[in-house]
Design a protein around this ligand. Sequence first.
Ligand code: NAI
Length: 469
Amino acid sequence: MLNSDNSISIMYDLAIIGGGPGGYVAAERAGAAGLKVVLFEKRALGGVCLNEGCIPTKTLLYSAKIYHYALTGDHYGVYAKDPSFEYGKIISRKNKVVRKLVAGVKAAMKANQVEVVQSEAFIEGRDAEGIRIKAVDQEYVSRNLLICTGSEAAVPPFPGLAEAGDIIVTNREILSLEEQPKEIVIIGGGVIGMEFASFFNTLGTKVTVVEMLPKILGPLDDEISALLQKIYAKRGIEFCLRCKVTGIEGNQVVYEDPDGKTCKVAGDKILVSVGRKASLTGFGAENLGLAYLENKAGRPVGIRVDEQMRTNVPNVYAAGDVTGFSMLAHTASREGEVAVNHILGKPDRMRYEAIPGVVYTNPEVAGVGLTEEQARESGKEFEVIKLPMAYSGRFVAENEGGEGLCKLIVGKKHHEVLGVHLLGNPCSEIIHSACIAIETEMTVEQLKEVVFPHPTVSEIIKETVFTLK
Ligand code: NAI
């Protein structure tokens, strides 16, 4: 297309801003379906998930898990002499894994004829031809746009935070520390906080978690989060609950305890993990007239979308953390697919009832659907059925002395599965069966007819459903 100033704009079916699990999966699907796709990524393909989130943390946690196994091998009759680790090697292996997977995404883009532009993209506006985007002095015009700009760590302006310099880290900087901290204070006992608490505790760092709520892992089933907290308290993590952080003084975190007393705790690193905020600015979103989800104070917290991931602007879609809704990589990928299917004219819609949540502590925690607390709030009539994980033979074989729980929330009248919550390894790998049960609205009676492989930890779900009277 020739512009009035004789420059050329390239025409696309779909432009995607952001190459995280929302953007790159959408690009892959759209490319495979024959659309002409351009994907803009200003940092690294794979986004937060591959470069500074899911993958690097799970790689680090796996090293910690191996070390833990070496330390506790005697429980299984296996003796490792003086187990030790090299922190630098743990970090360099993590870097290697990330590089390999980013290269894999690059290859997938190539295989699906997706044009990747390694640059910041800026939306200039929308006209009869399409949406105009500028990147490295080139103008791109696309019939459709998918915004997948993700989110960034929310760092509250605690007094003294700026002065604390390098002592303060977020999920990004903490991944590449050259030395293992001797003491770390973690502000926020959410998912990021607890995964790093688990990692550093296993490696011998003194860990203190300061959390303003009365429990860790807020949205998780209360019983399961209490069990996990007990396990880690026994392993030496100090939990300061109902403690709101009010400032930083050098290497000390200042907080108010439940009695309103001001307390301080010191660490050579302080991790701020108090949530993430959608990345809504810096890419020209204001030139489209988008509608936003707002918080109670009227501030935008995400791009408003419908169940086809359409924004209020025709042909403009959004997926992933930028919607400010369910900030999880697997949600982002599915949302991206829904947007692409809508562009392709395939019927599809985004549903959030069966989105699993996993915390990769050791033991792992996984849940899907309503928690007992949410079921109570919903006013639904329900029953709770549960069993210790020790009812699974495989669990007992592989988790000497390990605690665990399987808990199901079931509709009282029709026995439909409303929620499944698990604590115990390797529940991250079995929770999808519960996702399928909830997604397909299975009842306990239908679940009873499914043959689970034996011996597996997954059988605990089947054992538990048989306890329903
Ligand atoms: P989060 O929302 O999970 O937890 C933040 C915690 O900080 C909350 O418990 C909150 O009460 C606490 N907090 C806030 N202000 C505080 C203050 N002044 N003093 C003390 N405590 C305070 O957020 P997090 O852990 O930063 O994770 C961000 C996002 O990343 C989440 O949306 C999560 O879903 C996603 N994520 C998912 C993972 C997974 O699926 N395994 C792993 C890591 C992150």
